[in-house]
Design a protein around this ligand. Structure first.
Ligand SMILES: Nc1ncnc2c1ncn2[C@@H]1O[C@H](COP(=O)(O)OP(=O)(O)OP(=O)(O)O)[C@@H](O)[C@H]1O
Length: 223
């Protein structure tokens, strides 16, 4: 499998403090790759570097394809319905709203789309944001904490949609603190700490030990 994302020798500092130094990282095309690490490890910053929001100080970042990103927080029009949100974001991003049903059914939010977002639970808002990101139909999908604050049933639905996207040929890079969820949905896991790769594994190679055990062994302060 070819690499769709390659980071070579990245350095990035904030206010003179180095976060990433000689950092190397690759993501295989059409895989589900998880980035884990304690608070402040650099996961969101890495996504910002990949999406061009931040410039590297040194090194090379190569991304072969268009991306869309689920942000850490949901930015939705609370006083509009779910469907109206889909339409508004469709205007911004240039997607056709008619293509949404197969995904909204999998996410189990179709029947809620005529309700105002202000009546939604955190899980429903997260799923609506994910639906918008999916409809953008880019090759690479970044999901920053997709299951944070989400109920167990919605977590299963989000996991299923990630697999569906993979079957459609997408590449998905997820940041998460939800290690049991990552074990179920990722093909590859990279743990970062203080801007360094602590381990980078094929999920099949860590079977027998849990990600949580590995995380603690490698020094992360898992909450
Ligand atoms: N624009 C910025 N200016 C100054 N410091 C920054 C900036 N962006 C990120 N940082 C610093 O980089 C470090 C990593 O933050 P980041 O949000 O990437 O961590 P994270 O792994 O995503 O954490 P969390 O799990 O809490 O979301 C933090 O110490 C943060 O203060």
């Amino acid at each position: 499998m070819t690499n769709i994302i390659s980071i070579y020798n990245l350095s990035k500092a904030f206010d003179g403090k180095k976060l990433f130094q000689n950092f190397n990282f690759t993501v295989k095309k059409n895989s589900v790759h998880a980035l884990i690490g304690a608070n402040g490890a650099g996961k969101t910053t890495l996504l910002r570097l990949l999406t061009g929001l931040y410039e590297p100080d040194e090194g090379k970042i190569s991304v072969s394809g268009k991306h869309a990103m689920l942000l850490e927080n949901d930015y939705l029009y609370e006083d509009k319905t779910g469907l109206e949100n889909l339409k508004i974001f469709g205007l911004y991003f240039g997607y056709y709203v008619k293509d949404y049903k197969k995904y909204s059914d999998s996410l189990n939010i179709t029947e809620h789309l005529l309700k105002r977002v202000s009546t939604y639970s955190k899980g429903m808002k997260r799923k609506l944001s994910i639906l918008i990101v999916i409809l953008i139909n880019s090759e690479i999908i970044y999901l920053d904490e997709p299951t944070s604050g989400v109920d167990p049933l919605s977590r299963v639905e989000i996991r299923k949609i990630i697999q569906k996207l993979k079957e459609e040929g997408k590449t998905i890079l997820i940041t998460s603190h939800d290690l049991s969820e990552i074990e179920k949905s990722a093909d590859y896991v990279t743990m970062i700490e203080n801007g360094k790769v602590v381990f980078n594994e094929d999920i099949d190679n860590i079977k027998g030990t849990t990600l949580e055990e590995l995380f603690i062994k490698e020094g992360g302060d898992y909450e």
